[in-house]
Ligand binder design. Structure first.
Ligand code: ZN
Length: 189
């Protein structure tokens, strides 16, 4: 990203919305916004495989692993406004498990791009499958979208739920319902 170019675009944007980019409070805004944008879209230069960085361990078991309540912060590709919430990720490994923090890193890396929630959910599921060789993966995500709550219909408390299931989580109803019951129990803590 060309920081100077983005700064000048932000200055133009400020003029177009009727602001004066030279007033005191806004003088450094183009620089700050360009830096913020670079951070919020850092995922374009990261790959899930690189953030996992080899932290895949032999476990000798094939039990279901579920990581709940992982924070999600992303930008919707339709409005460039934030959507945020949390997700739950489960998988059944074939003896290979990810380091605990690595699932959250995969989520961060894929969320730090322009996204829609449905695609983000699927991309997380596929990345976990690809990194672990898991026989099945499930992801459930619940987010609020500022493009919906701050503008438009202004449904202030609406939460969008999406899910993606692969392999045995897709094919086996018992596996899927075990996952969903673990995930929904987190709502009643
Ligand atoms: Zn939107």
């Amino acid at each position: 990203m060309d920081q100077a170019r983005v700064e000048s675009l932000v200055r133009e944007l400020l003029v177009e919305i009727g602001e004066d980019p030279s007033r005191e409070g806004l003088v450094k805004t183009p620089e700050r916004m360009a830096k913020a944008l670079a951070f919020l879209t850092r995922g374009y230069s990261l790959k899930p495989h690189d953030v996992v960085n080899g932290a895949v361990f032999e476990s000798g078991s094939d039990n279901m692993v579920v990581v709940r309540d992982i924070d999600v912060y992303s930008l919707c590709e339709h409005h460039l406004l934030p959507f945020f919430g949390h997700c739950h990720v489960g998988y059944i490994s074939r003896g290979r498990v990810l380091g605990v923090s690595k699932i959250a890193r995969i989520v961060d890396c894929l969320a730090a791009r322009l996204q829609i929630q449905e695609r983000l959910t699927s991309e997380i599921a596929r990345a976990v499958r690809d990194e672990t060789g898991a026989e099945g993966v499930g992801v459930v995500m619940e987010c609020q979208h500022l493009c919906m709550t701050m503008r438009g219909v202004q449904k202030q408390n609406s939460v969008m739920s999406t899910s993606a299931v692969l392999g045995s989580f897709h094919d086996d109803a018992a596996t899927r319902s075990e996952f969903l019951s673990i995930v929904t129990s987190s709502h009643h803590r």
